[in-house]
Ligand binder design. Structure first.
Ligand SMILES: [Zn+2]
Length: 406
């Protein structure tokens, strides 16, 4: 018993030091000034290149009166950005700062209305650094006003302080949910009747984000916000960078033969529940392999023994979360697969320190499931069920953590 207790307290000590290390992994991204630049392009436009020490979630939008381009990053330190950074005649000033709720902001004040032709973040898989490219070109006042009206909700609130630094931290009591719309870009996922999984999951994730945010109890990040390719390891890096408390991957795959319908919730396991689950997990790795991403040994940045300990702690939490989702689906009368709780070796569920689950909302190969996925009312029922499941799970998880601390 003494020995057991000793081992247990060692494990706790290691977990504590893992916590400290996890904090370091969440260190702020830094701007890399020498590789960053803002300059004019042809026909009155401008090009922005921002090099960052690591990939972080970001958003870009326009604000009117005065005309501005706003880039929000979660979260970047701006120190080192030199005077000579802004060489554009059309950008009157560049302001940077940190706001509350974990966002860092860059505002480009424009001397003429410009639209965003292209905004993309490219990440370097070897060192995790990232480069944001933004192309701006001249548009009419009316077009600018239209686009500025599409700024994400919340961003039209009073502007965040842009000079000096405002105290910032994630201790806001919100549950940070990473939503991972499966597939995207060169990998459309399953396709049936002119619909594809990547697009359907993006729509679902954007709506789910709204449902979660509206409750006031969650913060949400998406691993992709458009139709582009994000590798599986990159999805985890983005989630960790945002300080995710939970990770939900969203899918609606097809089966090659036979009949399958209804929702399934997967958690990670080395041994798949059945051959179909195994095939599904392998299919999801295939897009990455085709895109040249090496998944072998890409078990996150956390060192071996710490990772095992973290997984030992995280796995039961993930199982509990998946169970709550299935229960919540049942309670909301959402069609479930005959075996709704399954396990398989999905690479995207391998974050050792973030409870993760993969939800197959249905099978795009089933006409009824596809009709559901295309039905906003059905989607909203599912989204509310997921919200309620996460709240039930979080309360239970907190109670469990409290017991462990005693
Ligand atoms: Zn999928």
């Amino acid at each position: 018993m003494q020995a057991l207790l000793f081992i247990f307290s060692c494990a706790l000590a290691l977990l504590t030091s893992f916590g400290a290390q996890a904090q370091e992994f969440r260190a702020l991204a830094r701007i890399l000034p020498e590789a960053s630049m803002l300059e004019d392009s042809g026909r009155g436009g401008a090009e922005l290149t921002l090099a960052l020490s690591q990939a972080v979630p970001y958003r870009v939008y326009l604000l009117d009166d005065p005309a501005r381009v706003v880039l929000d990053f979660r979260e970047v330190t701006w120190s080192g950005l030199a005077e000579g950074f802004d060489r554009s005649a059309h950008v009157t000033s560049v302001q940077t700062g940190r706001g509350d709720a974990g966002w860092s902001r860059m505002v480009l004040l424009l001397d003429t209305p410009m639209g965003i032709d292209r905004a993309a973040m490219q990440t370097d898989d070897t060192d995790g650094s990232a480069v944001v490219h933004l192309s701006l070109s001249r548009i009419s006042d009316a077009a600018f006003a239209d686009r500025a009206a599409e700024a994400p909700p919340g961003t039209r609130l009073p502007p965040i302080a842009l000079s000096g630094s405002v105290a910032s931290g994630r201790n806001d009591g919100l549950i940070m949910v990473a939503l991972d719309p499966g597939h995207g870009g060169v990998d459309p996922g399953a396709e049936r009747r002119g619909e594809n999984e990547a697009d359907l999951m993006l729509v679902f994730a954007l709506e789910l984000r709204e449902v979660l945010l509206r409750s006031g109890l969650f913060d949400v990040m998406l691993t992709r916000e458009g139709d582009w390719f994000v590798s599986l390891p990159e999805r985890l890096t983005l989630a960790r960078g945002a300080g995710a408390d939970v990770f939900l991957s969203l899918h609606a795959d097809a089966i090659a033969s036979g009949i399958a319908q209804g929702a399934t919730v997967y958690t990670l396991s080395d041994t798949a529940s059945d051959a179909a689950s195994q095939a599904l997990a392998e299919a999801h790795d295939r897009a990455d392999l085709l895109a040249g991403v090496d998944l072998a040994g890409n078990d996150d940045e956390v060192a071996g023994v710490l990772m095992d300990l973290a997984r030992r702690d995280t796995a039961p939490r993930a199982h509990a979360m998946a169970d709550r989702i299935v229960e919540s689906f049942l309670a909301a009368n959402i069609a479930l697969h005959p075996h709704p709780r399954m396990e398989a070796g999905f690479s995207v569920l391998k974050a050792p320190d973030i409870p993760s689950a993969l939800i197959e909302l249905g099978f795009i190969s089933d006409a009824g499931d596809l009709a559901n996925l295309l039905d906003p009312a059905w989607r909203e029922r599912v989204q509310i069920a997921i919200r309620d499941a996460l709240l039930a799970w979080a309360a239970e998880d907190e109670a469990r953590a409290g017991l462990l601390r005693q």
